[in-house]
Write a protein that binds this ligand. Structure first.
Ligand SMILES: [Zn+2]
Ligand SMILES: [Zn+2]
Length: 239
């Protein structure tokens, strides 16, 4: 089973690169080169039962973070470890003009998160909102793109304009978790009224402490959502 995409005339102008080694892909309908595909493994068991983070000895059912703190979301998982190569990959995707990497990330989320998706049975997909100013600078909405591809592939409706980011909360990773949570609280604003969605899938690129997904979940719950699940490309420690 290969990660593939339909070849388009654009590939001749802007050749697709491998999201891990960043070489131009020999076959332009590939999403990742065979070598990197063989090496890049999704996080398997044992995983945290709440956030899906890889768990180590001493930790039992939940990761250290989840056993310390109650989350607002119900359950979720990140597909890959947030290690050096994935950090570099995501950086190129977000700020290095390699938007085609998003197609690989989204397919990986669907493929490796498929069992969870069938169990969760979400009714709609929402991406973690980006502040308009940040979107202008970056030129695109990195989580929004992933959510769009996931929605298209699963046939689930995409929540467009359901939530917005009110303030820019940058440099989150350099902050203490408690300050980070405080900063994020009330930084998302949902569209008024009951959304008529009971089970929602939230999409983002990276999960670290879960404070972002929690803040989005809190706001979604205010609009009638009962169960919130998340899928992210990567998951790991934030430092
Ligand atoms: Zn490669
Ligand atoms: Zn966890």
């Amino acid at each position: 089973m290969k990660f593939r995409i339909k070849e388009s005339f654009l590939n001749a102008l802007y050749p697709r690169c491998c999201p891990i080694c960043h070489q131009i892909l020999k076959e332009q309908n590939w999403l990742i080169c065979p070598k990197c595909e063989g090496e890049l493994k999704p996080i398997g068991e044992p995983r945290c039962k709440k956030c899906g983070k890889r768990i180590f000895y001493m930790e039992k059912e939940y990761c250290q973070d989840c056993s310390r703190r109650e989350h607002v979301f119900d359950e979720g998982r990140g597909i890959f470890d947030y290690d050096e190569r994935m950090r570099a990959s995501l950086l190129k995707y977000k700020d290095g003009g390699r938007r085609e990497y998003g197609d690989f990330y989204a397919q990986a989320m669907i493929r490796y998160g498929g069992i969870d998706l069938r169990r969760w049975r979400p009714q709609a997909v929402l991406s973690v909102p980006i502040h308009p100013r940040k979107k202008r600078i970056r030129g695109f909405d990195q989580a929004g793109y992933l959510a769009k591809v996931v929605a298209e592939a699963t046939g689930l409706p995409l929540c467009c304009g359901y939530m917005r980011k009110k303030s820019v909360t940058s440099a989150q990773k350099s902050l203490e978790a408690s300050i980070r949570r405080k900063n994020l609280k009330n930084s998302f604003e949902g569209r008024e009224g009951d959304w008529q969605i009971r089970r929602l899938l939230v999409i983002d690129d990276v999960y670290t402490t879960g404070s972002t997904v929690d803040a989005v979940s809190e706001e979604a719950k205010r609009h009638g959502v009962e169960n919130i699940y998340f899928l992210t490309v990567c998951i790991g420690r934030g430092d």
